[in-house]
Ligand binder design. Sequence first.
Ligand code: ADP
Ligand code: MG
Length: 401
Amino acid sequence: MSFAKASVRDAEVEGRRVLVRVDFNVPLANGEVTDDSRIRGTLPTLQLLRDRGAKLILVTHLGRPDGPDPELSVAPAAARLGTLLGVDVRMAPAVVGPEVEALAEELAPGDVVMLENSRFEPGETSNDPELAHSLARLADVYVNDAFGAAHRAHATTEGIAHLLPAYAGLLLEREVEELEAVRDDPAQPLRLVLGGAKVKDKIGVIRRFLDVADRIMIGGAMAFSFFKRQGIAVGKSLVDEASVDAAGEILERADETPCELMLPVDIVLGRGFSAQTERRELDGTEVPDGWMGLDIGKRTGAVYADAISSAGTMFWNGPMGAFELPPFAAGTRAVAEAVADAPGTTVVGGGDSVAALDEFGLADRIDWISTGGGASLELLEGRELPGVAALLDSEAVSSKQ
Ligand code: ADP
Ligand code: MG
């Protein structure tokens, strides 16, 4: 299967100003970028454009500011990019406006300027056409390499794509290809491990894959939505109440499909969400009063690891427990190690799952690590991503040439 959208490789960019939507929504501490993997992820696209003599104007969102907020300036990300690229990345004083236009006019081929945080403009999230037009005035060509923001119809991801010739960046292209392969053409058997706390975002993926996957393994806080529905005591465990009914529907559907929906058979308990809390291993899943389930147990970890080791395709999203707390990290580690060792195709998404892989030093043993948590889930679920849909179709480019 080939990607249906036009690639940055097909764009004519020499001497032209290219507005690149990147996903530099990176963690900051004391004005420094603490994890630059998203910045590194777009280097191939930026390098290709510079090699071809483009003038680069980059834009990203960072956090969720309500208007201009110096704490959420993208200047630290621009500085880090400059170091990685070995060029001086200039910071624009705003997202759009006359001063920014003047800066864009002055660019020479290979130059890089970074616009301020797109969410300093209220028109970003409302996909305001006026903001999109102001952005379009800055450039001749648009490239979207921000897969992590492609599930949002915002001015910098969607609106602008209708106003300039719009191409997919190399990272976005690869993300869509890798995830579409899991969705549409996986090596069998296809197995999923799903966990974490954001249950609502992941229910749609379970629903879709019940018909096509061979096994779906559930862990993390997500398991307690299922247990609650089954009438199993959950004690003080974190339960996403809004997903309990959906869990019930899924349990019923699972009975009618060949897919085996697997739930933990043992769990690790704590008195509270803390590394210092009293800890107890429970052979079973009925949580006593005053306790909360904070990890899957050893037996569950072994059963899941075994299923992972014989998968043709393995998709993992969501930790198996509160892995940030060392006494409750073993289940997530067992799954992470099994995925790293698995001979099949392995794909992992989700900010916390990827953080766990990094922490365990296993990231380089995974076939594809998605930079887009929500976007990867929506794509797998079969939803159209507005930021991808708005890009130029590849036939449109080939017919032009
Ligand atoms: P991802 O970012 O990989 O998609 P989520 O954001 O959905 O994952 O969930 C990650 C969070 O879930 C982590 O902070 C982890 O502590 C929490 N979590 C996982 N299992 C439990 C649990 N049993 N109880 C409380 N929190 C949990
Ligand atoms: Mg998360």
